[in-house]
Design a protein around this ligand. Structure first.
Ligand code: HEC
Ligand code: HEC
Length: 210
């Protein structure tokens, strides 16, 4: 009886996760622009706006190196510092070796909402993989990383747009950047602007500044 209930719970969460992925794909397809329909100059301008977002603390603070210490930028401050309380993401990047990030950080697709009740399709709060490092990197370095499938999770230009939609439907780390709560600053523009810029940059062939 217990086992079948467990199986049902697992199946329900798998279906919820799959539905999220399919919905994200459908939505991302609508965002895409035909390759070559955007000029290199417009693509570079889109990259400049993307760069302002990904170097912002709300994004870069989780995209850190192999030391796996998240960065913390309190409200009203621009100075970044290592996360207090000896927090460490470990090799797992989710803090599994010590205190899991999810002990304190709840994941929700809606800012300031409690985590969805189990079974949940959300992804636990965690650091981005080491290869996706942004904190302390220049815009040109981040641009080169983001277009390199070996260092971005195997994503082409369309895959990056899809990731933004996928994250919005599951973990919500990215949309949260624009609705962080507690008086924290936000990256320029809106989440929807960011999706459009990513589609433009992709259609222009992902040009990077020199
Ligand atoms: C809570 C930590 C966290 C925050 C905050 C965060 N990310 Fe991420 N990010 C991740 C994780 C984890 C992954 C890996 C997910 C995957 O590959 O499926 C990731 C992957 C990505 C990727 C995939 C490709 C690549 O080159 O890194 C993009 C794009 C991205 N994040 C954008 C953003 C943007 C934009 C923001 C801010 C608005 C942001 N992230 C904030 C944790 C975070
Ligand atoms: C003991 C509780 C606790 C644990 C565990 C914890 N954090 Fe935090 N974290 C906090 C608090 C509190 C803040 C500050 C919130 C504020 O600025 O108001 C914070 C802030 C952050 C920020 C800055 C958020 C922003 O928008 O700039 C990041 C990034 C972060 N934590 C990532 C992590 C990651 C990744 C882990 C796991 C490796 C983790 N935290 C584990 C309590 C915790």
């Amino acid at each position: 009886m217990k086992t079948s209930l467990m199986a049902l719970v697992l199946a329900t969460s798998a279906i919820a996760a799959l539905t999220g992925i399919v919905a994200a794909k459908d939505e991302a397809t609508k965002d895409l622009l035909p390759p070559g329909s955007v000029s290199r100059a417009e693509g570079l301008a889109a990259w400049k706006r993307i760069e302002a977002v990904v170097t912002h603390p709300r994004c870069a603070n989780c995209h850190v190196d192999a030391k796996a210490i998240p960065i913390w930028t309190p409200a009203g401050e621009t100075k970044s510092r290592p996360h207090g309380m000896n927090i460490h993401g470990g090799e797992s990047r989710i803090g599994a070796e010590a205190i899991p990030c999810s002990t304190c950080h709840m994941t929700s697709t809606q800012a300031n909402e409690p985590a969805p009740a189990p079974p949940r399709a959300g992804i636990d709060w965690q650091l981005a993989p080491v290869a996706f490092i942004w904190f302390g990197k220049s815009g040109a370095e981040i641009c080169a990383q983001m277009k390199d499938p070996k260092r971005n999770g195997g994503r082409d230009a369309a895959g990056l747009v899809e990731h933004l939609r996928h994250d919005a439907s599951l973990s919500g780390f990215i949309p949260r950047g624009w609705a962080p709560g507690a008086g924290r600053s936000t990256p320029p523009g809106t989440f929807e602007d960011h999706v459009k810029d990513m589609a433009m940059w992709g259609a222009a062939g992902q040009p990077c500044p020199n």
